[in-house]
Structures are given as C-alpha cells and as structure tokens.
Design a protein around this ligand. Structure first.
Ligand code: AQP
Length: 337
C-alpha cells in the first residue's frame, strides 16, 4: 500500500535551535516510520532576507548534517537541498503568474518580517509563500507538518493548487494537475518561545543570541543561557497561567526533553523555585543535546557521506519534481522542448 507523502524543510539561516528541533525535526523522525518523507534544506528561502554569501553553503551543509544527527534516517527519507532542484524556482514563476498580489500582501509573516526590515524588503520576501507552495506542490505531498506560524502559508498553497491551477487549467473531468495538501498540525512542542521573552517565538534571526539554545551550543553555553533566561517572581512552576509565559515555556521544554507528560512535570516542579528548577532544565537540555552533537561531529568529519546522502536525495527528488513540473507546463500550454 502506498504510504502518504510528507514534505517539510528548514531554512539554513543560522544555527538550528531547540524550536526547530522540538517544533519540527523531532516530529519528522516519527513520520519517517510510516510516511514517504521528503525533507529539504530550503536554501532559496534563506536569501529572502539579507544573508551572508560566505555562510550560506556552510549553513546548508550544517543544517543537513543536523537533520541526520537528530535522527532523520537517509535510508528511509529523501534528504535534499532545495536549490539543487531547479524545478522549485521554475514552478514558483509559473505559480507567481496566477497568484493574486493581495493574497501575498495579507500574509502575517510578511507583515512582521517587513516591518523589521524597513526600506530593505525584497520582492523575494513577499514571494516567500509562493516558493513554499512550489516546494510542497512539486512533491504531490499529502500532508505538510506545520507549526501555528506556517498555517497561513499552507492555506495559500492549497488555494493556489485548487483555485488557481486545478480549477482553471484542469479538464472538466480531471482537474487534478496538482495534489492539494493537508496540514498536519502537531501539538507537542509546537511553539517554543524565546528565553528572553516568553511571548515571542524562539528564532534564528533574533539578534539576542541568549534568546535561544542552539543545537550545537556546548554545555557551558547552555548553562549560561538558561541561567540568564527570563523568570518571574512566583514560586513553583506551572502550566496554564497566562500571566506566566516563561514558566509555561520552560516547563514545557523540560517536559518534552525528559519525556514526561505535562502533568508529571508540573507535579515534580510545582513547589520549586526558579533557582532549583533551572539546573534541572539545564541538565535535561545538555543530556538531550549530547547525542545529537556527537553524531553531528562524526558526520562533519566525514563530509563525503553527507554529500552522498544529498546527492542520492537530489536524484530522487528531481524525478518527482520534474514529473509535476511537466504536468503544470502542459496544462498551462507551453511548447515542449
Ligand atoms: N520557536 C519555534 N517553536 C516551534 N517550532 C519552530 N520552528 C521554528 N521556530 C520554532 C519550526 O521550524 C521549522 C523551520 O523553520 P524555518 O527555519 O524554516 O523558519 P522559521 O519558522 O522562520 O524559523 P526561525 O528560527 O524563526 O528562522 P528565521 O529567524 O530565519 O526566520 C518550521 O516548521 C517552524 O514551524
């Protein structure tokens, strides 16, 4: 029986952090067992905000290595780099020409990121969701695991596929040029917040390095960052108190990293002050990151293995992507070469 297909990716915009792992990559490791999975490093997305060309290739390689170090198994999944498959850019152009501008102008992420950038906002940032739609639609994905922040973008991909391509260019009987994907909303760890503000999400682009724990942070740095993490004046850690976003976030991270239910973690920490809780969280974080860091180090010592994984992934991805691109080109009436 065919397994449902899933596609996801992370931008190589910097060091991956706890949010990327707990909110995305950790869920992928479960999906790879009973889905056909495509995981890409979305490097074309990484240049939609100002980037350093000297860092892009290294960040791309390190992101791919972290996928594998976090348990993404190349024998079960297709792991590849987005820009190695030119069909992403090509489909993006075709979809651009049928997507209304006002659909993009109302995207929340565009509004938020463009405010941060002032005058420097690129067309690429506005177009980010169409490129994301191309990523998803090229692989005929049945499901896309999305955090709350990406729900709106997936909705757009569905509208483009359904209303702008299938309904307009599909034949009456068979208006299925593109598969319309469904969101896979994953609850656990779906939003990890900043260490310096429990109401903002942990993010690679936050200028404050202490606001996040990177997966490659050495133990001493993890210790320092958690020590500095914002707290509140209350005694005892708890979930569900809207006035205590930091407690919600840090206790939540602790529960996930120690594989405890929220109830159990809350019971354990309900009488604890921050001074006692923070070392617990630190130890849990360091132990969770240790095996990832070890595996990452080995992978980077043998870059050939990593290149082989990415090359194999490219070949597999290319085949699927070209098939979809062909269908869209044909439906839009292009002359075959
Ligand atoms: N804080 C987070 N909590 C839970 N999930 C998160 N993700 C990112 N931050 C958190 C999830 O990671 C996947 C890939 O994210 P991305 O790097 O492609 O883009 P992003 O969401 O914009 O992540 P950042 O860290 O905030 O990057 P920058 O600062 O470069 O924009 C997604 O599934 C996302 O939900």
């Amino acid at each position: 029986m065919e397994r449902p297909r899933v596609l996801s990716g992370v931008q190589p915009t910097g060091s991956l952090h706890l949010g990327n792992w707990l909110g995305a990559i950790r869920n992928w490791t479960a999906l790879q067992e009973n889905h056909e999975t495509f995981f890409c490093v979305v490097d074309l997305h990484a240049i939609t905000t100002p980037h350093d060309p000297k860092r892009l290739a290294e960040n791309t390689l390190s992101t791919a290595a972290l996928y594998v170090a976090c348990g993404i198994d190349p024998s079960k999944c297709t792991i590849f780099v987005q820009s190695h498959i030119s069909a992403h850019s090509e489909l993006c152009w075709l979809l651009n020409c049928v997507t209304p501008l006002n659909w993009l102008e109302r995207m929340i992420q565009f509004k938020e990121k463009s405010i941060k950038q002032g005058e420097n906002v690129s067309v690429g940032l506005l177009d980010y969701p169409v490129l994301m739609a191309s990523d998803i639609l090229l692989y005929d994905a049945d499901f896309v695991p999305v955090g709350e922040d990406q729900k709106q973008h997936l909705e757009l991909a569905r509208d483009i596929a359904q209303q702008r391509i299938n309904a307009r260019f599909g034949s009456n009987k068979e208006n299925n040029i593109l598969k319309v994907p469904k969101p896979l909303i994953l609850k656990m760890g779906s939003r990890i917040m900043s260490l310096s503000d429990g109401q903002r999400k942990m993010s690679k682009s936050d200028e404050n390095e202490s606001s996040r724990i990177n997966l490659l942070d050495p133990p001493e740095l993890v210790r320092k960052k958690i020590k500095r993490a914002k707290t509140d004046p209350h005694m005892g850690l708890e979930f569900g108190n809207p006035e205590r976003p930091e407690a919600e976030n840090l206790l939540g991270i602790y529960a996930i990293l120690t594989n405890k239910t929220q109830d159990l973690a809350q019971k354990e920490c309900s009488e604890m002050g921050w001074g006692k809780f923070k070392p617990l969280l630190t130890d849990a974080t360091i132990s969770a990151l240790e095996p990832i860091q070890e595996k990452y180090k080995k992978l980077r010592e043998n870059p050939e293995d990593l290149y082989l994984i990415l090359n194999k992934g490219k070949n597999k991805a290319e085949e699927t992507a070209q098939n979809t691109l062909y269908r869209v080109r044909k439906a839009l009436g292009f002359l075959s070469p």
